[in-house]
Design a protein around this ligand. Structure first.
Ligand code: HEM
Length: 436
């Protein structure tokens, strides 16, 4: 009666990998009354995300849960409404605009590394997953609001953490009472959402009254005008986009940096090459956006980390009409999932898929790789709007970190991956920072 629920709850990652290994490119299984399809082959992934993307909507339970928190922002909306919002938001993520955030990224990283230095002196270990979460939260908050939230940053951080933990809980327990039932959990959720909304709406109102010289993401979103109607975004819409960017813009990057640190601490030769590149390129300077083209190995370390531990490890869609994917029929209304975690470990596409080998992203070794063999940022029209932002941030943070510290896992602490909304380390990531 329950279909594959038991296997999924036991170990979601094992389950999706086994489905692909046993049943191949397109597989079907049942979760209670729902028929699920899992598409593993790059051609099928390309069909869903790109070639026939209009046939696949985000009208699935996971995005419904996220809407409680994000409203109708870019991540959760669909159809013509999403298309308009994406057109309005896209200019804010232009490469040139994003490059202007490099300095705030390195400033926030230097502040974090100063804290680490103090801990290293006292011989205290760090839980780096939390550290990176705090860092990326600060970066995205400053990018959205420049300096106008200094006094609220901790409040925002606490509210987002409460909301995110709650959404993660609701993914795992979808039958939990809805928000209108006043359970302690629901009351906590509503209070955190009210706190966050209060801050966001206050800042929007201040900006409406005094449009000034800000050059942050919020200013760009407020300036955006629809080409056809000349209209901008309403306050509600701005709120939804801002909260979406808060969420989408920090946990994913923090998780990537956490796994990169883990992989470097367990692959000494890779770490040494990284240090050599950083020392040679930066000669002790703080990196800037113009160093990025020369930090090629640093970037390959990030790319390879995102292959093995893609933070957004699965996404779902609902088929609007019937479709054929890799020769299999997908009926209208079916829920279809694609998982970069699975496709990134397909031995037909990747040599020794389980091994950490950044060189596989060198141009000569990437030739001939199918397009959707690698999709940590999704693809097609709904590809991550923050891809350039995230790659720049991770590369700059990793370069600065490698310049100053070596990270070593604390012996005796367990490291295990946990597949929630993102791929987090289940017991945190305890490391000791040693100045280089
Ligand atoms: C390593 C970091 C990141 C990863 C791995 C990542 C991954 C993804 C993926 C896979 C999607 C598509 C989801 C789907 O198709 O269902 C997505 C969408 C999105 N991401 Fe990211 N993301 C990252 C960082 C960021 C950052 C830094 C921002 C913003 C500052 C951001 C904002 C968004 C938004 C707004 C969407 C929805 C886009 C749309 O549907 O139009 N992401 N991200």
């Amino acid at each position: 009666m329950l279909g594959s629920i038991g296997d999924i709850y036991r170990d979601r990652l094992r389950f999706v990998l086994d489905v692909a290994r046993i049943y191949g490119d397109v597989a079907q299984y049942r979760v209670a009354h729902m028929r699920m399809y899992q598409v593993n082959h790059p051609a099928g992934v390309g069909r869903l995300l790109h070639d026939n993307h209009r046939n696949y909507s985000k009208d699935v339970p996971a995005f419904g849960t996220l809407k409680l928190f994000l409203g109708n922002g870019l991540f959760t909306s669909d159809g013509d409404f999403w298309r308009r919002q994406r057109r309005l938001a896209q200019p804010a993520f232009h490469r040139r605009r994003v490059a202007a955030f490099a300095e705030l990224m390195t400033d926030a990283t230097e502040e974090m590394l100063e804290r680490w230095q103090a801990r290293a002196t006292l011989g205290q270990p760090l839980e780096v997953a939390q550290e990176f979460m705090r860092l990326t939260m600060e970066v995205v908050t400053r990018a959205l609001f420049s300096t106008s939230v200094e006094r609220d940053i901790d409040k925002i951080g606490r509210a987002i953490t409460t909301l995110l933990d709650d959404v993660t809980f609701r993914f795992t327990f979808p039958f939990y009472p809805p928000l209108r039932v006043p359970t302690p959990r629901n009351r906590r959720f509503l209070a955190a959402r009210a706190t966050l909304d209060g801050i966001v709406y206050r800042i929007i109102a201040e900006r409406r009254n005094q449009p000034d010289e800000h050059e942050d993401l919020l200013a760009l979103l407020m300036e955006a005008r629809d080409e056809q109607t000349g209209e901008g975004m309403s306050d509600r819409q701005l709120r939804d986009e801002v909260v979406t960017l808060f969420l989408a813009g920090h946990e994913t990057t923090a998780t990537a940096l956490t796994w990169a640190s883990y992989l470097l601490s367990t692959h000494v030769a890779v770490a040494r090459r990284l240090y050599a590149e950083v020392d040679e390129t930066l000669k002790g300077r703080v990196p800037t956006a113009s160093d990025l083209p020369n930090l090629t190995y640093t970037r390959m370390v990030i790319d390879e980390t995102l292959r093995l531990y893609p933070p957004a490890w699965i996404t779902n869609r609902r088929a609007i009409g019937d479709d054929a994917v890799c020769g299999y029929r997908i009926p209208a209304d079916a829920t279809v999932s694609i998982s970069p975690y699975v496709t990134h470990r397909d031995p037909r596409l990747w040599e020794n898929p389980e091994s950490f080998d950044p060189d596989r992203f060198a141009p000569e070794r990437s030739v001939g790789r199918p397009h959707y063999a690698y999709f940590p940022f999704g693809g097609g029209p709904r590809q991550c709007i923050g891809k350039g932002f995230a790659l720049m941030e991770s590369t700059l943070v990793l370069a600065l970190l490698a310049q100053r510290h070596e990270l070593h896992l604390v012996p005796g602490r367990r490291v295990e991956v946990q597949a929630l909304a993102t791929l987090r380390p289940r017991y945190g990531m305890w490391m000791a920072a040693h100045p280089r």
